[in-house]
Design a protein around this ligand. Sequence first.
Ligand code: NDP
Ligand code: PMR
Length: 393
Amino acid sequence: MALQACYLPSPLSARKEGKVTNAVKETAFLGASVFEHHKSGLHVPRGVNASVGVVKAQTTAVAAPGLNQASLQGKKVLRKGVVVITGASSGLGLATAKALAETGKWHVIMACRDFLKAEKAAQSAGMAKESYTVMHLDLASLDSVRQFVHNFRQSERPLDVLVCNAAIYRPTARTPTYTANGYEMSVGVNHLGHFLLANLLLEDLKKSDYPSRRLIILGSITGNTNTLAGNVPPKAGLGDLRGLAGGLNGRNSSAMIDGGDFDGAKAYKDSKICNMLTMQEFHRRFHEETGITFASLYPGCIATTGLFREHIPLFRLLFPPFQRFITKGFVSEEESGRRLAQVVSDPSLAKSGVYWSWNKDSASFENQLSQEASDTAKARKLWEVSEKLVGLA
Ligand code: NDP
Ligand code: PMR
């Protein structure tokens, strides 16, 4: 497993000229000082609460770390927001990175397990080179998570928003595979890796001076049994967490959270319940004290993404038209990216503890979680067991 130092500058982009021109125009309008810092990539001046389409960004008028204070001559610098997105090398993560980068208000840290893939993806998406940084993160290794946090801190960027987006789905797996730490892979990556990452980076979010700091964890309709989609077998269910408490290792415990026989599709859905419970437990533990917004969401059925790469070819062929024409739950990668970008940056979506969804006109609303996905006692137990598994307790 690659654990090398991992802080890559972005390649050149043909779109740079246009971005800078816009930034200068905006700055002249606002009367703020112009400041670009290529090494950190932090500073393109921007407007206050400006918006591009539905993606809005709040700004903060403070000097960002790494700036030469003397050169500022007492003027305030409006800095970009800094957002870390895990799994930004494809699908929803990439679309969100692109949507945010295009506003000119955000610097996106693409936290990915495959540098080259992420770099190529950013380039093909047309992201301006100064709008993103690729950093290595393999959520299947807790060492890699810790290394990522270390590297991120070395970069001396602030952290304003963290998006726990990466996931794997193994519907056709007959036997479990395991993370470097010996946990069943779907729950290990989707929940435990993110659980450690979010807990460690909470300190960084607390330190941020950005007007709205957010921690967002992807949920899904299929983890919620109060929906038709959530009732398609195998149904999600954590039981009494006996498999997780036993180590989720398939040797002296089950590889499934509820202690049952391995089922790859269920493991994914279970991991999504964990994601939604974790968001709420973060909210209960830290929102009042820190003011940080904790949120989850179902972005719609993005039936074309790499999430279904391990599914049988017939499924991959029929799933998009099925979702588009029958359930009408289909959403394009681009639209889903705009939705998640809203949860990152729109001032009207700053409420904490919310599971966001969108109606057919793409208007956001606060959705209802299933009984299990909103069970406070289970959330607390999940937190305590997870803390032990990732070495935080
Ligand atoms: P994709 O497969 O396109 O994206 C998943 C991303 O996660 C990829 O970038 C992948 O990296 C990354 N990833 C996988 N394993 C690891 C790992 N060990 N370490 C770091 N990164 C990893 O799927 P989607 O875009 O569809 O999924 C994004 C999120 O949206 C997920 O949380 C999913 O649960 C959620 N979601 C998706 C829905 C859908 O319909 N697609 C519906 C509801 C929620 P790589 O590129 O290297 O493979
Ligand atoms: Mg589902 C009624 C609406 C609806 C919606 C919005 C989804 C979303 N699905 C719906 C219905 C149905 N699905 C029905 C009626 C069936 C039976 C034919 C069905 C089947 C189905 C399968 C086999 N659906 C699936 C699968 C998968 O393998 C996907 C999955 O469970 O991944 C975990 C999936 C999904 N359906 C969705 C969404 C959003 C998914 C995938 C992703 C996810 O939850 O993250």
